[in-house]
Design a protein around this ligand. Structure first.
Ligand SMILES: Nc1ncnc2c1ncn2[C@@H]1O[C@H](COP(=O)(O)OP(=O)(O)OP(=O)(O)O)[C@@H](O)[C@H]1O
Ligand SMILES: [Mg+2]
Length: 519
C-alpha cells in the first residue's frame, strides 16, 4: 500500500462523451493515499461520469488511468473492485427482494470463498458496528429507507475491502445527524490510509470534510486546490464561472390566519413494509398560501406518510381531505386530477418512468388531455412542443429527445419532475426532498418555484431531511419522529437545538396532536 500522501490514482486526459455530447473532456485527476478528495461541480458537470469511469462502469473514449504508477484498464466494476476501487452510486444498485447480507455477497461468487450467510451477517454486523453504520443484516432492501439503503451500499464496499471509496453525493439522502456520522466514517477510512472521493454540491461539506478539492465545469477541469486554502466564494466561482452566486432569498413568513385549509390530514395511521405501524396518528393542516415543512430523520415514517398522501399506500385509519373532498381512498391518478401534485423522493422509481424518454415523461400525466390528445388521437407535435417549453422553463439540461430519462444526471431528473408536476393545475404540492442532489443554482431555482406556488394560493407540504431547506421555506415547521408529529414551530418560535433533539428522538414531547396552524 502506498504511503500516506503519495499519489495512488492518476487520471490523464480523460475523454468520455455520450451521443456526441462531451461529459468529460481532457479531465485530469489524481488521488493520494489517505486523503478525502472533494469533487465539486454543477448538475451535469461530469462528476458522476468521472466517478463511473474510475469504478469501471464506463469505458473512457480516451485517456489513461494509473494505479500505484501502473497503467490499468478498468473494464468492469469487478475489475475496479479487484484494484480496490468501490463506488456508491447516486442511484442505488441494490436488489430490493434480497436481504442486506445477500446483497453484499452478490457478485462475490467464484472467488474461491464459500461463505455462509450467517458468517456474512456476523461480519456485516462487525463492520456496521465499527463504522457506526447501523443496518440490520437480515432486513430486506425494499424495507429500508433511502438513508438506510445508502448505508448498505457503503457497507458493501467496506465489506469488499475497497481502499478507494467513491461516494457520489452521499449526503444528498441523509439527515444532518446522519451526515455527521457519515463524515466520521469517511475520516476513519482516511485515517486508515484509504482514499475517499466525495462528490458534493454542498460547500460546507467540501470545506469541512475534504483535504483537497477538484472542481469540474462543463465536463472540464476548473482546478484542484488544497481545501485549507480554499474559500466558498472561490470554489463557487470556479464552479459556475463568472456568473454570480444566487442569493439565498430572505424568507418572510406569510400571514395565514384566516386562510382556508387545502389539505387536512386527521389522525392518519399507516402500516409500513414490515407490517408494523409507520405513521401513528398524524394530523396536520396546510392552508392556501402556506408552506408546511416536515423535518425528521429518515426512517421515521415520512416515506410511508408521503406514500399514503400520494395514494401509493393505503391508510389503515384516519382521513385525508383535499379542500372539502375526501381523498383517503382515492387512486394516485384521481388525486392528481383533483389537484394534488407530487414530487417524490424516489425520482427514478416513483417519479419518472426510467425506460421512457424525457418527452414521454413530461406528458406522462397529461397525454390523455388536450392538446396532447384529441378524440383519443395523440398529437406528437403538441407533445414535443410541451416538452420543449418545459425543458426550457425549468432548465432541464442534457436531455435529448429520444434518450431514456434513466441516463440523465440526477439534478436534471429532478428538474424534469418539477416541470411536469408544477405545470399541471393543482391546489397542493406534496414535495419530498425536492432539492436533493441539486447544485447551488438549481436549488435556488427549485426553491423559487416552491415559493411561487404559495403566491398563487396553493399550499405546499414539504418533506425534507435538509433542515436548512425546511427552515428557509416553511411558514410552519412540524417535526416527525417515530411516526408522529412531535413538535411544531413557526419561524419566530423555532428552536433549532430543541428541534434537532426532537428529530433524533433524544427528546420526546409525546404525541403532538395539534399539528395544524401554529398556536
Ligand atoms: N449514460 C449516459 N448517457 C447519456 N448521457 C449521459 C450519461 N451519463 C451522463 N450523461 C450526460 O453527461 C453529462 C454529465 O453528466 P454527469 O451525470 O456526469 O453529471 P454530474 O456532474 O454528475 O451531474 P449531477 O450533479 O446532476 O449528478 C450530462 O449532460 C448527462 O446528461
Ligand atoms: Mg451526478
Amino acid at each position: 500500500m502506498a504511503a500516506v500522501g503519495e499519489t495512488i490514482l492518476e487520471v490523464r486526459d480523460l475523454n468520455k462523451s455520450f451521443y456526441g455530447v462531451a461529459a468529460n473532456e481532457q479531465v485530469n485527476f489524481d488521488l493520494r493515499a489517505g486523503e478525502v478528495h472533494g469533487l465539486l461541480g454543477e448538475n451535469g458537470a461530469g462528476k458522476s461520469t468521472l466517478c463511473s469511469v474510475l469504478a469501471g462502469l464506463y469505458r473512457p473514449d480516451s485517456g489513461e488511468i494509473s494505479l500505484d504508477g501502473q497503467r490499468v484498464s478498468l473494464r468492469s466494476p469487478h475489475e475496479a473492485a479487484e484494484h480496490g476501487i468501490g463506488m456508491v452510486y447516486q442511484h442505488f444498485r441494490l436488489v430490493p427482494s434480497l436481504t442486506v447480507a445477500e446483497n453484499l455477497v452478490l457478485g462475490l461468487k467464484g472467488q474461491g470463498v464459500r461463505l455462509t450467510l450467517r458468517a456474512v451477517e456476523t461480519r456485516v454486523a462487525e463492520i456496521a458496528e465499527e463504522y457506526g453504520l447501523s443496518v440490520h443484516p437480515s432486513a430486506y432492501i425494499w424495507q429500508l429507507s433511502v438513508g438506510e439503503q445508502q448505508r448498505v451500499e457503503i457497507l458493501k464496499q467496506l465489506y469488499r475491502g475497497a481502499r478507494i471509496l467513491i461516494l457520489d453525493e452521499p449526503t444528498a439522502v441523509l439527515a444532518p445527524q446522519e451526515c455527521e456520522k457519515l463524515f466520521e466514517v469517511v475520516r476513519h477510512m482516511a485515517d486508515q490510509d484509504h482514499s475517499v472521493v466525495l462528490v458534493s454540491h454542498k460547500m460546507e461539506e467540501i470545506l469541512g470534510h475534504t483535504d483537497r478539492v477538484t472542481v469540474l465545469r462543463g465536463g472540464r477541469n476548473a482546478g484542484t486546490v488544497p481545501t485549507e486554502d480554499a474559500t466558498a466564494s472561490q470554489l463557487a466561482t470556479m464552479m459556475i464561472g463568472a456568473e454570480h452566486m444566487p442569493e439565498a432569498g430572505q424568507h418572510e413568513p406569510r400571514r395565514i390566519d384566516d386562510a382556508e385549509p387545502v389539505l387536512t390530514v386527521t389522525d392518519l395511521h399507516v402500516t409500513g413494509d414490515r407490517g408494523t405501524p409507520a405513521v401513528n396518528g398524524a394530523s396536520l393542516e396546510v392552508c392556501r398560501g402556506q408552506i408546511v415543512g416536515i423535518a425528521g430523520v429518515a426512517g421515521n415514517g415520512q416515506r410511508e406518510f408521503q406514500e399514503a398522501l400520494a395514494g401509493l399506500r393505503p391508510a389503515t385509519s384516519g382521513s385525508v381531505r383535499l379542500g372539502d373532498r375526501d381523498i383517503t381512498a382515492a387512486s394516485p391518478r384521481r388525486r392528481s386530477q383533483v389537484g394534488l401534485a407530487y414530487v417524490p423522493e424516489d425520482r427514478l422509481g416513483t417519479g419518472l418512468a426510467s425506460g421512457l424518454t424525457i418527452e414521454e415523461n413530461l406528458v406522462l400525466k397529461s397525454y390523455r388531455e388536450p392538446p396532447h390528445s384529441r378524440f383519443g388521437v395523440l398529437s406528437s407535435s403538441a407533445i414535443a412542443a410541451t416538452a420543449r417549453t418545459l425543458v426550457e422553463r425549468f432548465d432541464v439540461r442534457g436531455a435529448r429527445r429520444q434518450m431514456a430519462v434513466s441516463l440523465m444526471s440526477g439534478g436534471n431528473l429532478q428538474r424534469a419532475i418539477l416541470a411536469r408536476e408544477l405545470t399541471r393545475s393543482h391546489d397542493v404540492l406534496l414535495a419530498a426532498s425536492p432539492t436533493r442532489g441539486l447544485d447551488v443554482a438549481a436549488t435556488a431555482a427549485v426553491r423559487g418555484h416552491i415559493r411561487a406556488e404559495t403566491d398563487d394560493g396553493r399550499g405546499v407540504l414539504l418533506f425534507s431531511e435538509d433542515l436548512a431547506e425546511i427552515t428557509e421555506l416553511s411558514d410552519l415547521i412540524l417535526v416527525m419522529s417515530r411516526g408522529r408529529i412531535v413538535g411544531s414551530y413557526t419561524p419566530e418560535t423555532l428552536d433549532v437545538e430543541e428541534l434537532g433533539l426532537l428529530m433524533t428522538g433524544a427528546k420526546d414531547h409525546g404525541a403532538h396532536q395539534d399539528g395544524g396552524r401554529a398556536a
